[in-house]
Design a protein around this ligand. Structure first.
Ligand code: FMN
Length: 223
């Protein structure tokens, strides 16, 4: 697989097979991904990888939480989106949600089914491995962008190994619940989770191919 194939075939997978992931392969991927660039070579990414019992315990704790007091852990460490979210960003966010529910055949007014689908996030969509990415609280926007470079490199290398992923900001809402499981240093804050595994090829949700803005809407050429 070349880089273009990895880029083209990576997409957010939201249904995984019950098929284990070789942690040795994952170790290689996470190590190689650290070749990602970072300003000043700070390498600000800090990770937890969960599988087996550790993953089951975390999922159980979150299910209990969702069933008993699902409100977010306030104060949130960061807002996932700016509020209000202006155009064209708002429309893109809306469009990808609608496209996903269309693949699933869930109508706009079927709030229950939509919520149920969203709740699959908190089971890592059935993935056998989960990753949480933390960053030191003192780090600013440049270092947050470094996290993105690292995580995208992870997701591309996973493709090379026949594996799929979904980055998940939704976990930030329960940052305290997750900290209770992982006991990260106080000075770290949770950026996102990531589901990792083998995509279920038959799951309708995995048919989604999220659209992109046309090139001329985000590139201006000057010469
Ligand atoms: C940092 C980050 C966090 C994300 N969080 C979530 C999430 O919580 N749940 C989810 O279903 N998708 C999540 N996504 C996936 C995006 O919705 C997805 O990348 C976008 O719609 C483009 O689709 P694609 O990844 O299939 O190309 C996240 C993506 C990124 C980069």
């Amino acid at each position: 697989m070349n880089v273009s194939e990895a880029v083209d075939s990576r997409r957010s997978v939201r249904a995984f097979l019950d098929q284990p992931v070789d942690l040795g392969i994952l170790r290689e991927v996470l190590e190689r991904a650290a070749r990602a660039p970072s300003g000043g070579n700070l390498q600000p990414w800090r990770l937890y990888v969960l599988s087996g019992d550790a993953l089951s315990r975390l999922k159980d704790a979150i299910q209990l939480r969702l069933n008993t007091h699902p409100t977010p852990d306030l104060p949130l460490d960061y807002e996932v989106y700016p509020s209000p979210l202006g155009e064209p960003y708002r429309s893109e966010r809306y469009a990808v949600g609608e496209a996903m529910y269309a693949e699933l055949g869930i109508a706009r007014e079927d709030k229950t089914a939509r919520l149920q689908q969203f709740a699959n996030n908190y089971r890592f969509f059935g993935a056998p491995v989960a990753l949480f990415c933390y960053v030191d609280r003192g780090m600013g926007p440049p270092q947050w962008s470094d996290l993105g470079m690292y995580l995208q490199t992870v997701m591309l290398l996973l493709r090379e190994r026949g594996l799929d992923s979904c980055a998940q900001e939704c976990w930030s809402v329960y940052h305290r619940e997750i900290a209770a499981q992982l006991s990260p240093p106080r000075e770290w804050m949770l950026f996102c989770g990531m589901a990792i595994g083998h995509a279920d090829p038959d799951a309708p949700v995995n048919r989604l191919r999220a659209r992109r803005l046309p090139l001329d809407q985000f590139v201006q050429w000057r010469s």
